[in-house]
Design a protein around this ligand. Structure first.
Ligand code: GUN
Length: 305
């Protein structure tokens, strides 16, 4: 079997076109959706994610601001900054890029964000709304995965879904979304015995565990839908050989940037066994940003209702 690739970039561009249209309608009413992205410390991956979020805002017509803070910023200072953003009428969405530098109390920062501006869906109020299937903000990566399944008409109803990972950003909210779509959901984590056997029972397998190419062929039921949420870096020719069969484009990537991106799923083994598979990059990644744009526009619509 050769898996059909699920094109996240294509679905993201469709979603972004819809968001740009909603944004134009708001601007015609005198409201430009605005996103404030807070970046504390100098994590290079975080910096690059925040820069692409701001770039997409500009492309779709949203206003954005990046607020950069030193790694030494205190919890109290960051809470105070969030309070000023909560009070601003021109900012509809607040995103504090995670992970925060260690001494900062990330939960205190998340609690400080007005739930109506919490476009990441991380605030306990929005987590509760999601758990209870009420309107709120749904975290962007899980929402993006559901949009991808919808686009390709891959229903969750009555299917066995296995989620590898229970993070607050991906695994936990995605488990709830799949449950709300009537999937039978199993959430696996570091203490799950025989992870491969659990994964193999899945019609829909979500890999969100943060381990390079952990999901090998023995994790995959033939024909399963495999969604790879992992973003890891591979830096050596040996790894490229093992995971990509020495793909010259991947080797060129390492030559140019010093790394190439890989998910939690072994790309070659999965492509031969799954029915559907998301690539890395170009799978779930673009959808996360598309959902952030959509949530920010939604926040602006709700604010001027
Ligand atoms: N770090 C990794 N993913 C995310 C995300 O979706 N939002 C924020 N704020 N930080 C992240």
């Amino acid at each position: 079997m050769v898996a059909q690739m699920l094109d996240g970039a294509l679905v993201a561009s469709k979603l972004n076109a819809e968001t740009a249209e909603r944004c134009r309608a708001l601007i015609a009413r005198g409201v430009r959706p605005g996103l404030a992205a807070v970046l504390a410390g100098d994590n290079p991956a975080s910096r690059s994610y925040v820069a692409s979020k701001a770039k997409t805002c500009a492309r779709l017509g949203l206003h954005s601001e990046i607020i950069e803070l030193p790694a030494e910023t205190t919890t109290a200072e960051l809470v105070a900054l969030v309070a000023t953003l909560n009070a601003r009428a021109d900012i509809h969405g607040i995103l504090v890029q995670m992970p925060l530098p260690a001494p900062i109390d990330a939960q205190a920062i998340i609690r400080a964000i007005d739930p109506e501006k919490d476009v990441d869906g991380f605030h306990p109020v929005n987590v509760g709304r999601l758990a209870l299937k009420q309107d709120g903000f749904v975290p962007c990566t899980p929402a993006g995965v559901m949009a991808l399944l919808d686009h390709y008409d891959l229903p969750a109803r009555g299917r066995r879904a296995v989620v590898l990972g229970r993070s607050a950003i991906v695994g936990l909210p995605l488990s709830l979304l799949l449950l709300h779509r009537d999937a039978t959901v199993t959430v696996c984590h570091s203490r799950t015995p025989d992870l491969a056997a659990a994964a193999r029972s899945a019609d829909i397998l979500i890999a969100a565990i943060g381990r390079t190419a952990l999901v090998t062929e023995d994790f995959i039921q033939p024909g399963a839908v495999v969604i790879d949420v992992g973003i890891n870096r591979v830096t050596t020719g040996e790894e490229v050989e093992a995971c990509f069969g020495g793909d010259p484009a991947r080797l060129a990537d390492i030559e140019k940037k010093g790394y190439t991106l890989i998910g939690d799923v072994h790309p070659r083994q999965a492509a031969e066994r799954a029915g559907y598979l998301t690539p890395v990059p170009g799978g779930v990644g673009p959808l996360t940003i598309a959902m952030l744009m959509r949530n920010t526009t939604l926040a602006a619509e709700r604010a001027c209702r």
